[in-house]
Design a protein. Structure first.
Length: 402
C-alpha cells in the first residue's frame, strides 16, 4: 500500500483481509484516545484515517477545555504527561455574566481543586495521541486510507477501502465526526437541530492579565466566551446568529479586536489579534442509539451539543474511556462485538449524554433573545446560585467529573 503509514505492514495486492478485534474509523481525538487506551489490552486494533494531524505554525484556532476527569484519563493512557506544558493553561476561576446584571463565579481554590479545567489546543492533543498510536504494538494505523463499503453480519464486520484492501473485525467503532460516513453506511439516522448560529473562534493577546480566569457572557446576540491561554492571551468562542457571525469574520483585525474587547466590557483591556476569526455551524445531534450490531459510536459521531458548556470533547473522551474499559475487561467467552457488551457501553454513557444535551439546549433557549420576558428570572437565578456555595460546589463537582 504505497503512501500508507503503517505500524504493521501487510502485503500489497493480497486479497486476504486484514483481521482485527477492533476497527476504529476516524483518527480524531475520540478515536485516537480509544486506540491508545487499548494499548494495555490483548485486543488487536486497526485505525483508519484519511489524513495525519499537523500543528499550526502559531496558535491553533480550535481550543478545548479539558475537564480534570479527562486530564486524568489522558494521563492514564500516557498522553497528558508528554504534552507541551508551556502551551497548557489551568482554569483557576470562571465568571459567568447574564444579560441583565446576573452573575455567578466559580473558583478552583474554593472547591479545593487545582483547576476547574485545562485549556488545550486541539492539534496538540491530536498530534500527541497520534504519536502514541504510531508506537503502539497492537495497533495497525492506516493513513491515508478512505473507507468505501461496510458490511456487517451477525459474526463480523468487513470494511473495504478505496484501494480495494479489506479489514475484517469483530467490532467497528465510528469515530469519524458528526457527518460520520460509518454511521450513514450502517443505516443509522440521527436527528439534527440547527441553532442557526455559528461558533466564531479566534485568539488574541490582551492588555491585562487574565490570571487563569475563563469568562462567559450571555448576550442578546449570543454567548461570548474567553478562555485563558498561556501569558496574556485568550481564545474566543462567540456563539452567535449567522448574520452577526458573518459580519465578525469580515472585520479587519483592528475592528474585530475592538468589537470583542467591547463585548466583554473591556474586562482585559485592549486586544491584539493572533489568529483570524473562523466560524463553524452549531447543531445539536441526537442518535436513537449509540450502538448497532457489531458497531459502536463515539464522540461527535454519537452526539453533539451546544459549545456553551465546553463539554463536547469531554463527552467524547468519556465515550472512549468507557468503551476501552469494557473491551479490556470483557470475559473471554465474548468477542468484542458481542451485543450484550455493546449494550453495557450504551447504558454507561446514556445518562451523561442526555443530561448535558438537555442542560446546554435548555440554557441556550433560556438565554436566547426570544425569551427576553424571562430576563429578570434567569439573571436572578444566576445571582441566587452565586449566593449558595453548596450549590456552586455541587455544580463544579459534576462538571469536573464529566
Amino acid at each position: 500500500m504505497p503512501g500508507v503509514c503503517l505500524v504493521k505492514e501487510y502485503p500489497v495486492g493480497d486479497n486476504r483481509p486484514m483481521k482485527a478485534d477492533v476497527l476504529i474509523i476516524g483518527g480524531g481525538l475520540a478515536g485516537l484516545a480509544l486506540a491508545v487506551a487499548l494499548r494495555s489490552s490483548q485486543r488487536s486494533v486497526v485505525l483508519v484515517e484519511g489524513r495525519a494531524p499537523t500543528r499550526p505554525a502559531e496558535w491553533d484556532a480550535r481550543i478545548y477545555a479539558v475537564s480534570p476527569a479527562n486530564q486524568v484519563f489522558l494521563e492514564s493512557i500516557g498522553a497528558w504527561q508528554h504534552m507541551d506544558a508551556p502551551r497548557l493553561t489551568a482554569v483557576e476561576a470562571m465568571e459567568i455574566h447574564g444579560d441583565a446584571q446576573g452573575r455567578v463565579d466559580f473558583s478552583a481554590y474554593d472547591s479545593g481543586l487545582n483547576a476547574l479545567a485545562w485549556i488545550v489546543e486541539s492539534s496538540a492533543m491530536q498530534c500527541e495521541l497520534w504519536e502514541s498510536a504510531k508506537r503502539q504494538g497492537n495497533l495497525t494505523l492506516l493513513c491515508p486510507a478512505q473507507p468505501q463499503t461496510l458490511e456487517r453480519t451477525e459474526t463480523r464486520s468487513v470494511l473495504t477501502l478505496a484501494d480495494s484492501n479489506t479489514i475484517e473485525a469483530e467490532l467497528v467503532v465510528a469515530a469519524d465526526g458528526a457527518e460520520s460516513w460509518t454511521r450513514s453506511a450502517s443505516g443509522i439516522h440521527v436527528n439534527f437541530h440547527a441553532y442557526d448560529q455559528l461558533g466564531v473562534v479566534a485568539n488574541f493577546s490582551c492588555e491585562k492579565p487574565h490570571r487563569g480566569t475563563a469568562f462567559q457572557w450571555f448576550r442578546e446576540d449570543g454567548v461570548l466566551a474567553w478562555l485563558p491561554l498561556p501569558g496574556n492571551k485568550v481564545s474566543m468562542v462567540w456563539s452567535t446568529h449567522e448574520t452577526n457571525a458573518i459580519e465578525l469574520q469580515a472585520l479587519n483585525a483592528e475592528a474585530l479586536c475592538a468589537k470583542v474587547a467591547q463585548a466583554g466590557n473591556h474586562r482585559l483591556g485592549g486586544f491584539s489579534l493572533l489568529t483570524p476569526a473562523i466560524g463553524f455551524p452549531l447543531r445539536l445531534m441526537r442518535a436513537p442509539s449509540c450502538i448497532a450490531p457489531r458497531l459502536a459510536l463515539i464522540g461527535d459521531a454519537a452526539h453533539t451539543i451546544h459549545p456553551l458548556s465546553g463539554h463536547g470533547i469531554n463527552l467524547g473522551f468519556q465515550d472512549a474511556k468507557a468503551l476501552a474499559e469494557l473491551l479490556r475487561d470483557k470475559p473471554d467467552h465474548l468477542d468484542c462485538g458481542d451485543y450484550s457488551l455493546l449494550r453495557r457501553y450504551e447504558r454507561s454513557r446514556k445518562q451523561d449524554v442526555i443530561a448535558l444535551q438537555t442542560a446546554t439546549h435548555g440554557l441556550h433557549r433560556l438565554f436566547s433573545p426570544g425569551w427576553r420576558p424571562l430576563s429578570k428570572i434567569r439573571n436572578a437565578g444566576l445571582n441566587f446560585t452565586n449566593s449558595l456555595p453548596v450549590v456552586k460546589d455541587a455544580l463544579v463537582r459534576y462538571a469536573i467529573a464529566s
